[in-house]
Design a protein around this ligand. Structure first.
Ligand code: GDP
Length: 296
């Protein structure tokens, strides 16, 4: 078990009886512990560096009141800055556009796109009382199309049929025409992923984006991929105007470091967390909660 940041700071800083304000020495000592804690949480290295540089400037001169030890004073600054770096507050889906509102799902194979499509469909149907159509544009893997059909049928939403060998762009266009005809509120477009970033996949998702002009383009990323999550996020953010991120598999033993990496690299809000395989395991992202989880 890793030592949490709180434990680290208690050990290194609380023996120093600080008075007045945090000193540069204290901050440097604390920053070393913070760096270790962020590394253990699997935050990408460049992200750690930029976060700590900013934080040092903020922490300098932070007041140590009588009730706070230097370690606690530093931790309070970290908590605040981490929450801000993670977006500050929750950001809901934008559903205010002319219906059908199109949501495009992007991400690598295995990141949890199809599962998240069904989770979102369920949430929109049950909580927001929206009528939802889903479609799979993964014409490379029959199992993917079948998986979406099964999970989406399970949550009781409409599935626009598609098949291997069809043109993914045409499928998406036809699904949009169908959703319009049905007066559906939302169309969720699930797309094909690859195991690694590849040009063909990127070109296809960009073409899909142009064809359906989504209101929301969500990047789905596996939180367990740690450092890689940042690189993947950058590759997708470079070709797509992402509007949000869904971080999946947060129920694993991940310390949540991918949240800080992905948010920093894309500059886009994390909107949801996947916290299990079942379709009800989708939570709204709260920056302060993940900040606390990273701090430990
Ligand atoms: P896709 O290839 O991006 O469509 O990914 P899938 O939706 O097929 O998900 C890949 C695997 O991850 C499946 O076994 C899912 O059950 C699992 N999965 C997806 N989201 C979560 C999650 O939030 N938690 C856990 N534990 N498993 C998840």
């Amino acid at each position: 078990m890793f030592e949490s940041l709180t434990q680290r700071l208690t050990r290194t800083l609380d023996s120093i009886r600080g008075q007045g304000r945090l000193t540069e020495d204290q901050i440097n000592t604390a920053a070393r512990e913070l760096r270790m804690a962020l590394l253990e949480a699997d935050v990408a290295l460049p992200v750690i560096k930029s976060f700590i540089d900013k934080l040092k400037a903020r922490a300098l001169g932070a007041e140590i009141t009588q009730s706070l030890t230097p370690g606690q004073a530093f931790l309070r600054v970290v908590q605040h800055e981490l929450t801000e770096a993670l977006g500050g507050t929750s950001e809901p889906l934008n559903l205010r556009a002319q219906p059908p509102v199109v949501i495009l799902m992007a991400g690598l194979q295995g990141s949890g796109k199809t599962t998240t499509t069904a989770k979102l469909a369920r949430r929109l149907k049950e909580d927001d009382k929206k009528s939802v159509v889903v479609v799979s544009c993964d014409v490379y893997r029959p199992a993917a199309i079948e998986q979406l059909r099964i999970v989406a049928t399970g949550v009781g939403v409409d599935v626009f049929p598609s098949a291997v060998g069809q043109d993914p762009i045409q499928i998406a266009k036809d699904a949009l025409a169908y959703a319009r005809k049905q007066f559906a509120d939302v169309l969720i477009v699930d797309t094909a992923g690859r195991t690694t970033v590849d040009q063909e996949m990127m070109a296809e998702i960009a073409a899909l984006h142009a064809a359906v002009q989504p209101t929301e383009t969500l990047f789905v990323v596996d939180s367990m991929t740690g450092q890689d999550a940042a690189n993947t996020a950058k590759a997708f953010a470079d070709v797509l105007p992402l509007t949000g991120v869904v971080l999946t598999k947060v129920d694993g033993d991940s310390r949540g470091g991918a949240a800080l990496s992905v948010r920093t690299v894309t500059g886009r809000p994390i909107k949801f967390l996947g916290v299990g395989e079942k379709t009800d395991k989708l939570e709204v992202f709260h920056p302060d909660r993940i900040a606390n989880r990273i701090i430990g």
